[in-house]
Design a protein. Structure first.
Lengths: 456, 336
């Protein structure tokens, strides 16, 4: 029972901190932080499955997150009919060419013995294929990108509900993980880290530069939402009544009718943004709880025991007849799919898709810090890590600013050191995260909430 | 004549930039590979350590410029490199003392080392941004060009010219000097031999009386020299921007692995392999071909295999191919 007390205490502190932000800054900011904490929690569950359960080091989290985001665009945006008319055929032809290349390469690899000739022919097929692809795609891409380039200039999506894209995001990320896993999983741990880091970079650069796909660095804005829009709320009768009811005591203090109306308007605007964020919080919380239940069940199932056995001693598990390659691939796909889901959730929450913002610092290394700090191999720990680290990541700058002001208050306003420090306050988040990670690694390598082994 | 023109176009737009870029990558890759060979971990703080050393060179360059020191036609930064190296080595030794040595004594698995180096990466990045800020800085002074295209055309009377920037020449020359001294040190001196022995088999090296502390110290010293020089050369050639240095870590890793990680000579060549591949695959061959073919056959398109946006993607793809076909790299490195 003592273990659970730790967990409950840690989570209560976290909730208390977020409430403090609500009181001191604003409820809207507190809910934004909470939503991002929940999204981070989903990512850490994914990373924790790979690292904590199976000991696979995956530095490609950024790639799966971006792919999940791409899924939102591909699923929920209305299709751009004109773009499909002018260039759709070329793009479909390209898909067939890619499929053909894969089959030809597979055929050559299966049919002929290992030789120089085989290597050269595979290389020439791939090279020829790329040239053919460029020739076929070029006119189509040009035509698509010139269709109203300020607003569309891409193929658009399928116009389906946005929640559906969460599943698609997970599927996309999972299938990519299958391909990458086939290529890279045989590598030693630190090689795998480097390889996945670089492959993620390739994926993001493709999403960034293929503008016909999702507008690339031009960004897609105004994505669909699973929650109501603020503007609609502000004009609907029931919502204004609700706000009036909640704030009736405050409103009654104001005497003049015009002042009252103004105060009410402001309250409705504030409340609408809080309401929308609460809707998102509800959705995200549902996802986190479902994932938590499933992963907890899995962890203490025979399958979970098998994974831990493989993690702790590969040779012994292999000697017991466990198929390590298969299990590693499976867990690589599962973890990546969950990260893809988180990526889709994040883009849905933001309402925009900005491929330029995917950077390994923010989307790979910070997530890893979350898993390590929270507790590897323990889902409660991983989620807590997501909360703590995201909270620090966001609040480090204001806290640093406060401390700098406190310690330099004896210096004049124009002191060069003070001005410089205040300007660089946002970068203290890197320092806090880095030192936090180093301290945890050194003095509590199993994380805040360590892995718990239940003896069965 | 047309043939000569074609060669010069190719030389000017691919070979010279690739040699310069390859040298910068090679220095970084040797740094990665040395740390991997002797200290046995993949250092994810590589890019930021290079950036850290360069930062001192930038600050000192500004200081020297304000004092009026300089090397005339050569950039002032060359004068500041020794001081920057000292600061860099000091920083690395402090990091090693307070962070890495604990895990080395505990003989932690390489994955744990990699995660610790991620922590060091965060801290280094924070320090850089707090000290010098994230903005773009140019610190090149002195003569910018050795040969300008127009001068070259006048001298030779050809239609195409060669532009040789002084930074490119400095990069290539300095790299060759540094790398040859390093190889001489590793292969010919007693300390170098003891380092290689330690890297090959730690226990045997200890038995034969090699002092591990000394080996580690010397590794960090060489690493500091390579990181700072590589960083400063890159900064002179392009410009100094912390974020770009972090990104450069990726092709550097690719170069180290392609060459066979743990093998310094492989890393040196790997840098050039990556640089040449990046530039050859993303170069538009239209002008080159148009000199070779008769006029009515001139191509309409740019004849570019991949757009320059995919520069990084090319090097990573090479890495993936190498990992698939020959996981130990072109020159056999440590066994994976």
């Amino acid at each position: 029972m003592r273990n659970y007390k730790n967990v409950i205490a840690a989570y209560s502190i976290m909730i208390f901190l977020i409430i403090l932000v609500g009181i001191f800054q604003s409820w809207s900011i507190a809910l934004t932080i909470l939503n991002y904490c929940l999204i981070s929690a989903v990512m850490t569950i994914g990373a924790n499955i790979q690292w904590g359960y199976a000991g696979l080091i995956n530095f490609g989290i950024m790639g799966y997150t971006a792919l999940g985001g791409l899924a939102v665009v591909l699923v929920s945006v209305e299709p751009v009919k004109k773009a499909w008319q002018v260039g759709g055929l070329n793009i479909l032809a390209c898909v067939w060419i890619i499929v053909a290349i894969i089959f030809v390469v597979k055929f050559i690899l299966n049919r002929f013995d290992k030789s120089k000739l085989r290597n050269y022919s595979v290389a020439s097929v791939i090279l020829g294929g790329i040239i053919l692809l460029r020739v076929t795609a070029a006119p189509g891409i040009e035509a698509i990108e010139s269709v109203d380039p300020a607003k569309t200039g891409f193929l658009g999506g399928m116009g389906l509900p946005v929640l559906f894209s969460w599943i698609v995001g997970a599927l996309l990320a999972g299938s990519l993980a299958f391909v990458i896993g086939k290529i890279a999983l045989g590598l030693r741990a630190d090689y795998l880290a480097i390889a996945t880091l670089l492959i993620a970079e390739i994926i993001v650069s493709i999403i960034k530069h293929e503008e016909w796909l999702a507008r690339g660095v031009k960004n897609v804005i105004g994505l669909k939402r699973p929650a109501p829009y603020e503007i609609d709320l502000q004009t609907s009768e029931w919502f204004i009544n609700l706000v009036t009811k909640f704030n009736s005591s405050k409103l009654n203090l104001i005497n003049s009718i015009s002042d009252k109306q103004e105060a009410l308007n402001q309250m409705v605007i504030d409340a609408s943004s809080v309401y929308v964020k609460l809707c998102f919080t509800g959705l995200f919380l549902t996802v986190v709880i479902i994932l938590l239940i499933v992963t907890q069940k899995a962890l203490y199932s025979p399958w979970g025991r098998k994974m831990r056995a493989i993690r702790d001693n590969e040779e012994a598990a292999s000697a017991m007849g466990k198929n390590i390659v298969k299990e590693h691939l499976l867990i690589f796909i599962l973890g990546s799919a969950i990260v893809g889901l988180a990526g889709a959730m994040m883009v849905t929450n933001d309402g925009l898709f900005t491929p330029g913002s995917y950077r390994p610092m923010r989307y790979t290394f910070v997530i890893w810090v979350m898993v390590i700090v929270g507790g590897t191999g323990n889902n409660f720990g991983a989620i807590l890590g997501g909360f703590v680290v995201w909270f620090l990541w966001v609040e480090a700058a204001p806290i640093a600013l406060f401390l700098i002001n406190l310690f330099t208050s004896h210096l004049p306003e124009t002191n060069a050191v003070r001005v410089h420090l205040i300007e660089s306050a946002p970068y203290f988040r890197f320092l806090v995260i880095g030192i936090g990670l180093l301290l945890i690694m050194r003095y509590r390598p199993q994380g805040i909430i360590p892995e718990k082994i239940i003896k069965q | 004549m047309d043939f000569l023109n074609a060669i010069i176009v190719l030389f000017n737009f691919t070979v010279i930039p690739a040699l310069a870029y390859g040298s910068q990558l090679a220095l970084g890759a040797i740094f990665v590979t040395l740390i991997y060979a002797v200290l046995r971990f993949a250092n994810f703080a590589t890019g930021d350590m290079m950036s850290f050393g360069t930062m001192f060179a930038v600050i000192l360059t500004y200081y020297f410029q304000s004092l009026g020191f300089g090397l005339g036609v050569l950039p002032t930064a060359l004068l500041t490199i020794p001081f920057a190296i000292l600061m860099m080595i000091l920083y690395m030794l402090i990091i090693d003392k307070f962070v890495f040595s604990y895990y080395r004594i505990k003989k932690s698995p390489p994955v744990q080392f990699a995660m610790v180096s991620v922590g060091v990466m965060f801290v280094t990045q924070a320090l850089i941004r707090i000290i010098i800020g994230p903005s773009d800085r140019r610190f090149l002074d002195g003569e910018k060009f050795i040969i300008k295209a127009t001068e070259f055309k006048e001298i030779t009377g050809l239609a195409e010219g060669i532009t040789l920037k002084s930074t490119q020449a400095i990069t290539i020359i300095v790299t060759l000097i540094v790398v040859s001294i390093m190889f001489w040190f590793l292969n010919r001196t007693k300390t170098g031999t003891s380092m290689r022995a330690y890297s090959d088999n730690e226990d045997l090296a200890l038995l034969s009386g090699i002092d591990p502390k000394r080996v580690v110290l010397i590794t960090w010293v060489i690493a500091g020299i390579l990181a700072t020089i590589g960083g400063v050369l890159y900064g002179l050639d392009k410009s100094y921007r912390p974020f770009v240095y972090f990104n450069n870590m990726l092709p550097i890793f690719a170069a180290a692995i392609v060459g066979g990680i743990g093998n310094p000579f492989g890393a040196f060549l790997g840098g050039y392999v990556i640089a040449f591949a990046e530039i050859f695959v993303t170069y538009a061959y239209k002008r080159f071909i148009s000199y070779l073919l008769p006029e009515h056959l001139e191509p309409d398109s740019l004849l570019q295999l991949l757009s320059t946006d995919y520069k990084f993607a090319v090097s990573f793809s090479i890495l993936v191919i190498v990992l698939l076909i020959r996981p130990s790299g072109i020159f056999k490195g440590k066994v994976i």
